[in-house]
Structures are given as C-alpha cells and as structure tokens.
Design a binder for this molecule. Structure first.
Ligand code: GLV
Ligand code: GLV
Length: 321
C-alpha cells in the first residue's frame, strides 16, 4: 500500500520533518516563500495531512481541493484564525495547533519589546552609530523605569500569564488583567495580580500587553477611543494578532504622543505596515518573530509532526483545536 501523503506548505525545522519522513511520503514546498491560494490548492491535492502556516488560508475551497482523504491540518502556530473551523468540521478534518511550546519564547519577546521601548534601545543604537554621541549627558535619551509600575494584561492565557509572572517577579511590577472577567486565583495568590475591568486596564496601566486570540470580538479591541483613554506614559505591546489594534489609530496616537510608545510584532495588514508607523521613533517593530527561537521552532515542528502522526495512526491528536 502506498504511504500516506503529508504536505508541508513551507520548509520548517528538520526536527519535525525527520519524524514525518520516516513514515510518510513527504512533499515540502521548495519555494522560499509562502504559497498563493492556487499553489496551496495544487500542493494540497491528494494529501492525507497538511502541515500549514498561519499565513495559509485553510478554507472550504482549499479543503475541497485537497480531497476527501484529508484527515488533519496541523497548524504551525498557536493561533488558528487562518482556519475556517466550520469548514474543517464539515469535511471531517481534524485541526491541531502548537500551544505550550511557544509560551516562553513569546513571553520573552514581549519583554524584549517592552524593554526596547521603555529604554529606547533601538533609538539609542541608531543615535550611537550616527556619530551624534558626544559624551555623557544628564538628560540624554531618558526612558521609563518598570519597577512599581502597573502592567495591564489583556487576555490571561498561557502567554499572558507568563508575561505577568516575569513582570511581577523580575521587575517588581504590579499586575492587573482583563480576561472576560475570568480570574486566575492561583496566580493572584502567588504574584498579587488582580482581575479588573477592561476600562481599568486601559486607564490604569503604565504598560498594556495584548495576549488575546483574533476573533470577531477582539478585532480592533484597541481603537481610537481605547487609545485615548490610556495614560500619556502608557507603553502598548502587541505580540498577539495585528487586527486586534486599529493600526491607523495607533499611528495617530504615537505621532501625537498621547501614549508614550509601542512594541509591535504583528500588523493589521501584515506584511504591509501602516506607513506612518515607519517614521516614528517611539515604536519598536519586529516582523512577527515572537516565537522565533531555535528551541521553540524545533519544538513546534515536533509537536505539529506528532499531531499528524497521531491522527494518521487513528489516535486522538496531541493538541487539537
Ligand atoms: C504565531 O503567531 C502563532 O500563533 O503561533
Ligand atoms: C497561548 O498559548 C495562550 O494561551 O496564551
């Protein structure tokens, strides 16, 4: 009998590919870029499993083009807003993601962005290279200290929780959070965090960090009005999904300095970036690389492969959506 066909929509770390190659016929996109919808349909045709990226739209059309033998789509991401879950259900295709293994990497990147903005690291680097540095100055490139400041976490899942822990234990920050009114009593007891209203996070936090999934209800969670309700010294960090912030409104708030700064890893229309943002000094941007550590990308590859193997061997997926 022919081996099942596993399609990988873009080269991922070998750690995952090796597991799949042992058991299956493996077809990996050899182009060094994401595939177009048409290319995706073509490569997916006849697949028993697809290992997909967050940039691949997994919708009715794609699932139909893949064919009825398709059993599983393993998303190489924790977020799965690129997948039409209703269509997957209709086609009886299991969907999996990669939770847990990227929590640390994303939390650490969140802190990297926060420190970069608070201490103006990128701006300072540019300044130092530019030849403008003429010696120590009392008021050169002053930033913001974090100790005893309040960080407001929007969305207290694994990542939000880990950011809260680092901020409390590492920097001595006060933690407030909003997660649809949910409380994490264990965390509250261990780090003194407090569940508050969305409004209280917006108006009371010196740092706001976003860790919600992209849903119809979280699109533009942060818009003009929300930005206007923030304090003037607020630093806003987003490592979740771009459309959670109204990017035009953010550019305007940063330009007028109604908030102090932003650290942004995800963009509303990525890879396009709102032009105004590119001219501002009070924003640090990274190209959706929050989970991009060697350790995590290997672990994501292994987990996605294990999900595929489980489903194709008739077992329950390890991390189903
Ligand atoms: C990355 O954005 C992910 O969802 O894993
Ligand atoms: C994602 O892993 C989250 O729960 O924050």
């Amino acid at each position: 009998m022919d081996k099942p066909l596993v399609v990988v929509t873009r080269k991922i770390p070998e750690a995952g590919l090796v597991l799949l190659r042992e058991k299956y016929e493996l077809k990996v996109n050899t182009k060094d870029r994401a595939l177009s919808a048409d290319e995706l349909k073509k490569i997916a045709s006849g697949a028993h499993a697809i290992l997909a990226l967050l940039t691949d739209k997994i919708n009715e059309e794609l699932l139909a083009a893949a064919g009825h033998q398709l059993k599983v789509v393993a998303n190489y991401a924790v977020g799965f807003d690129n997948i039409d879950l209703a269509a997957a259900k209709k086609h009886k295709v299991a969907i999996t993601n990669t939770p847990g293994v990227l929590t640390e990497a994303v939390a650490e990147h969140t802190i990297a962005l926060l420190m970069a903005v608070a201490r103006r690291v990128v701006e300072s680097d540019k300044f130092t290279r530019s030849g403008k540095y003429e010696g120590w100055e009392p008021e050169l490139l002053l930033g913001h200290e974090l100790k005893d400041k309040t960080i407001g976490i929007l969305g207290l899942g694994r990542i939000g929780g880990r950011v809260a822990e680092i901020a409390a234990r590492g920097f001595g920050m006060k933690i407030i959070y909003y997660d649809n009114g949910n409380r994490n009593k264990e965390m509250d007891a261990s780090i003194g965090s407090e569940s508050v209203s969305m409004r209280k996070v917006l108006t009371g936090a010196d740092v706001i960090s976003i860790h919600v999934p992209l849903l119809p209800s979280t699109k533009h969670l942060i818009g003009k009005q929300e930005l206007e309700s923030m304090k003037k010294n607020t630093i806003l960090i987003n490592t979740s999904r771009g459309p959670v912030i109204d990017e035009k409104a953010l550019a305007s708030a940063l330009g007028k300095k109604t908030i102090a700064g932003a650290g942004i890893d995800v963009f509303e229309f990525e890879p396009q970036i709102t032009k105004e943002l590119l001219k501002l000094d009070n924003i640090v941007m990274t190209p959706h690389t929050a989970s991009a550590t060697i350790e995590t990308r290997d672990a994501m590859a292994v987990l996605a492969a294990k999900n595929i193997i489980a489903v194709l061997e008739g077992r329950a997926p390890v991390t189903p959506v």
